[in-house]
Unconditional design. Sequence first.
Lengths: 132, 430
Amino acid sequence: MNRRKLLSLLGMSPALLAGSRAEAQKTRTGKSAAPEEPKYQALNPKGTPPPVKLVPMAPRLDTIHGKTVYLVDTGFMGGGTLLQQMQAWFNQNMPDVTVVFRKKAGPYMEDDPPLWKEIKEKGNAAIMAIGH
Amino acid sequence: MATRAFADLAKSNASKRGMPHIRAAFTPHPVWGKTAEQLRAYIDGNDPVSGKPLMKEIIDGLTVPLTAEDTKTGMMDVSVGPPVYGPDTLDNLQKHFLNNGMTDFLPVIIPTQEKVDAMLKGTSHKPDEVVGKMAAGAFAPWTYTVRQVAVNAVMAGCEPEYFPIVLAIASTGMAALGSSTTSFAYSMVINGPIRDQLNMNYGIGAMGPFAQPNATIGRAWTLLGKNLGNGGIAGDTYMGSQGNNTNYNNIVIAENEKESPWTPFHVQKGFKPEENVVSLFAGEDIRQGHGARGAGVLENPMFDDQISDMFRTLTSQFNALVICDPLTVKRLVEQGYDTKEKLMDWLWQNTKRTAKEYRDSAFVYTFHKPLAQRGIEPYATWYNCPEDTLIPWWPKPDDIALVVTGGQTNPFFQVGNLNYRVSVSIDKWM
């Protein structure tokens, strides 16, 4: 039976083991000296992220006057109403901007390549409204 | 354009996709539930993040010339820190892990080389073998090796003999933390002889904190999502509005195959009874039912209306995971439900709601309506039938999963609004 188990059975705290060591050290050196706390190395738990390539931003317009702007609703509740209000704002404040409202196909997680193709072909800019 | 609640997420997610200088504008939060007039006030008002008029912010975003930084090409720095921390004291390392988002905010076992090496003895697979890819949300997935999984298993308090289960979970690439504003819950069902070999608890208190393998394997799954799947950073990769307490160690179910008269879950999924398998679920939550009325005391032959009432609180976005105590199951078998399939069919037939109730659900609006508009069944029919038509909660009976666990002190059951996702071999990782 090891010393720790024996002390437990006797109702004594195993912490006394540490105390007795410190006492022995004091006797040897003639004065109290706090033992240095042991040090460890820990492995990094993180996974490995993929390399990320910088994507240069698309060229900006010199103006949106006279241009076609798509407003894209991704399908979160209220997003469509918000964009319709934006469409009304454009109609009132920048009537020379052609505003096209589109609801993206499918649930919000799904891609919609035909819509992106349409915007590239017919639009000059797009504003997407995302969530809630 | 997003609402202000997503300002940090929008910027950081764009950055992780190589667009650190994306131009975004923000409205107040939320948008849903607001009238057209209220939303017009958002449009006419200021961006709450920049303080500038919203429409000016948007038009500037489209027209202000790009800077050199905006058009920069090349690779981004994606460092996740040094391979090793320290040397330092255990207390300091504990603080470092805690303060750098690498824990579940409970103390962890510090993953020293010695402990990780011991964990690696729990599998025959090489430490540098790539296990899989994981993304805790709509982000680019991270990859990880057997060693990196072992580090997290050590932190969670797993013993080396639990390691094949943790590796099997990691191999699915499924994180137990999501990025949605919904505070998701996750569950695993473990089948096969490994449950007894590890002394997993499937008796009294089976789903509670009463056994080391149940507790630590579940906890490891969350740490995998955090550290290997880059999840669980509140406001960045985690947006669950209220959070979910089950995320600490998830809903771990070792099926009580010994006391269940029904086919074990993994056999239902095509595995042999002697195989060790872990099956994963994701969804919203779990709630408890007192099965005594229908299953234990009265002569009511059915699972009683309580479970129907519980089903009425579930969302259609996720399916059902019904977890029965063996005592409940034995009573149900006496009443004629001698297979899981018979009960699944009864539940599916008897837990209906009107088409109107179905269509009024926000989740149905978001997820099923676009499918119905494409003519995908049964959603198209459910959207076009008369409002008072009774329709089932899910498209088919096996959208309801049944498992058995518990210590038979009372005929209880629990119902999770959880989707079955996948079953994988644990033996493969031994």
